[in-house]
Each structure stands twice: as C-alpha cells, then as structure tokens.
Design a protein around this ligand. Structure first.
Ligand SMILES: [Zn+2]
Length: 432
C-alpha cells in the first residue's frame, strides 16, 4: 500500500464469500498460512469487517500475528496497530460490531418473510393460487365467482364432495386443469388468502395487500365449519333426506335409515347392539320425505317464517362466536398443560374443563344457527321457484334447507292394517 510505503506481497481475494456465511474462504486460509509461515509483516484490508466477522477468527488472527511478528494491520477505514492494546481493543470492537451486523443481517433475512407476512405482502415463489392471477394480487373474476359460489353452498350446508361433483359436471377447471377433489376445494376455502388476509403459521396475522374474494367473517365461519370435529359424522351418504330429523313417538330416540328387506327405503327406531331405540317404529321414507318437503316449501312462503328470519344474525355475531370458541380452546390447552406439569390435580382439571367445554358447545350451536340461516338466504318467499328446482338440488343442500326450517319430526306408531300415508302419525317441531 503506497500510503504506508509498503510493498504488496500478495493479494488475498475471496470473491462473494462473506466472512460470516461460514463458507470456506480459501484465500483467507492461504493468508493465515502465509502469516504462520512468517512471509508477511503487515496485513492491509479494505475494511476490518471484511477480514473477520467471528470473534473466534479475530483471536486466531491475533495469535498468528503475534506468532509471526506481524504488528501492522492497515485498513482503508483506519489503521489499527495490533502491537498496542488499544489497537487490539479497537480491532476487537470492530470485529464485534461486524459480527453483530452480520447476525442482524441474517436475522433480518429470516425476519423478512415474517415481516412480509405481517405487512400482508405477497411472499415470493409458489404456483398461481386459484382465484388470483399469477401476480397473486389481481382477482381472476371467473374463478372468484366459483369461490364465492362454493363458499355460499358450503355455508348453506352442502357437502364438499357434492359441490365438487357439480363443478366437475360443469367442467369448471381447477388451477392445474384437473378434476375437483374435496381436499382441493377444502384447501382453497380454508385459505386466509381468499378473504384478503395474511396467514402465518396457521394464524391470521394481517390484512393482506391483495383484494378479498369472500369476507373475513365468511372465512371465519368456513373455518369453524370445516374444523368442526363433528363434521366427519355428517358425511354419511345422505340418500336419506331426513336423517337425524325424525324422533320415535314412543321412546324419543332418533330414527335411523334402514332399507326394508325388499330394498325400499325406510326409517326405523333401531334396537339391538349399538342402538338404544325401542324397535317399535318403522316408517317408509318415500311418502314421508315428499310430505316433509311440501311442508317445508309451504313454510318457506309463510309470513311467520319471514318474520322470524328478518332480524337475522349477521357476520359480527359469527366472529364473536368464533372468538369465543378460539378463546375457550386456548384455555383448555392451558389447563391440559397445567395438568401435564402437575400444577393441578385430575379432579381440578376436570372441574375446570366442564364450564369451558360448555361454552364451546354453546358457541358452536350459535355458529350452527347462523349457518342454518344462510341455508335459507334468498329462499324465503320464493318457494315456487325453489319447488321447481328442488329435484335438481343435491341431497345435502335439500337436507340443509329442511333442517333450517324443521327442528325435528315426531313419528307415532302406524295404525294396524292401514297402508296409506297417514299424516296423523307425524308431529313436526318447526324452528320458526
Ligand atoms: Zn322408539
């Protein structure tokens, strides 16, 4: 270096290898070897932090310098005389600062994704998401329509499988052009993305910078619905419109679907292993279902129902109940953890759980009621139109509409020797 009047013996250049990266720096190692061999009497660096970013490296460098009798270290930013304590101190401080900067830098990189998530920015990579263009922020309107339709149908009680069947029949394409599967649709409907929200580690962290396709409240309800553990039991093939809606007039048990020996569909009060009914009620499915559907369609046009459904609870309620469920679940987890740590005993744990679990059940019921209300959205007062379309509706949708109007129907025993449909056997309990 001319300024110092030193002759440059050798240049040691490690291109693009950060001292911090931990990657091997061959030129740096060669320089240390040369120091060790006593070939150098001074080291000049561009900037001290280019030399060392790990204190451990710096100490190794000091040791070598001492060993080799090298006392001069120059840098463009300021010379450090390693033969003095002050010089070594300065080098250490600079090294420590450089290390901290490197640490911060890698933390910054690691945090970048989290910050992006927090700020609702778009994370890089990945394939195009259904509903959005490849830029991940422009809504593809044709697909947004499908998402909104599916969300509404799911909230109205239709099964994912049934919606997928319909989409495939209509030759609606997925993002990859393949057939719709329930898992595919489930993933899309559960994603925070379509409600214009950013998700990080399964939690909604921010409003996103892209526009929503459905509302956040709809998303909350869909999440509540799809994560409901009881949902699995709803998937029983619904060839029977009135499953879970009929009660035995003798023992009060819920009737179950069971075809007669000849294959005709029927509901029975089942007795025997796994059943707790009295076994004394059987009712043919076909005429009863027709009767119930007519009754439901009639109810849909009744002024009483319209009155009961105006004052319909809206999205803020859904959010409130969802928050209640989330809160209670967190409390249950905490209690379980306390029990696990032996901070509370088994009986205390059980006692504390009961009221919280009751809150969860209540909140779920409320959410369920909102979902039933949705099932009827647009149907009240339009029974004629609905009647025309009724047979084309999937069974799960039909069931959702019936269940939205009818709480249950009590079935009395049939009259002996009477083979016609006997309206007198049935006592409906309407919801509204
Ligand atoms: Zn019974």
């Amino acid at each position: 270096m001319a300024r110092q009047g030193w002759a440059v013996e050798e240049r040691y250049v490690d291109d693009d290898v950060s001292a911090y990266s931990g990657k091997p720096r061959p030129a740096y190692r060669r320089m240390l070897d040369d120091l060790r061999g006593g070939f150098l009497d001074a080291v000049v660096v561009w900037d001290l932090d280019r030399l060392h970013r790990q204190p451990r490296e710096l100490e190794e460098f000091f040791d070598l310098c001492k060993l080799a009798g090298v006392s001069k270290l120059a840098s463009v930013s300021g010379d450090v005389d390693l033969s003095t304590h002050d010089g070594q101190f300065l080098a250490r401080i600079l090294g420590a600062v450089a290390k901290k900067e490197s640490d911060d830098k890698s933390r910054r990189i690691r945090r970048k994704h989290e910050e992006l998530a927090q700020a609702g920015k778009i994370a890089g990579g990945g394939s195009r998401a259904y509903g959005y263009e490849a830029d991940k922020r422009t809504v593809r309107e044709s697909e947004a329509l499908v998402i909104r339709e599916c969300a509404a149908r799911l909230l109205a009680g239709e099964a994912l499988r049934s919606i997928c069947g319909d989409l495939n029949e209509r030759a609606v394409q997925t993002v990859t052009g393949s057939e719709w599967k329930p898992q595919t649709l489930r993933r899309i409907l559960l994603s925070a993305r379509i409600s214009g929200q950013r998700e990080h580690n399964g939690e909604i962290v921010a409003t996103a910078e892209w526009p929503p396709i459905i509302t956040p409240a709809e998303s909350t309800r869909i999440r509540g619905l799809l994560s409901d553990p009881e949902r699995g039991t709803n998937r029983v093939a619904r060839r029977y419109l009135l499953v879970r809606l009929l009660r035995c007039g003798l023992c009060g048990e819920t009737l179950v679907s069971r075809p007669k020996a000849g294959g005709a569909r029927a509901y029975v009060c089942a007795k025997g292993p796994g059943f707790s009914g009295c076994g004394r009620i059987t009712v043919m499915a076909e005429p009863l279902e027709q009767f119930v559907v007519e009754a439901v369609l009639y109810r849909l046009d009744s002024p009483q129902l319209a009155a009961a459904m105006s004052g319909e609870p809206g999205d803020p309620d859904a959010q409130r109940w969802q928050a209640e469920i989330d809160q209670s679940r967190a409390e249950l987890d905490e209690l379980a953890a306390m029990y696990g740590r032996r901070e509370i005993g088994l009986s205390e744990w059980q006692a504390a759980r009961t009221p919280i679990e009751r809150r969860v059940t209540d909140a779920k019921k409320q959410l369920g009621r909102l979902t039933r209300t949705t099932a009827l959205a647009g149907q009240i007062g339009h029974a004629t139109k609905l009647r025309e379309r009724w047979t084309t509706l999937p069974l799960s949708r039909q069931h959702a509409i019936v269940a939205a109007v009818l709480d249950h129907l009590v079935v009395a025993p049939g009259r002996r020797g009477y083979n016609k449909f006997d309206v007198g056997r049935f006592t409906p309990a309407w919801r509204a």
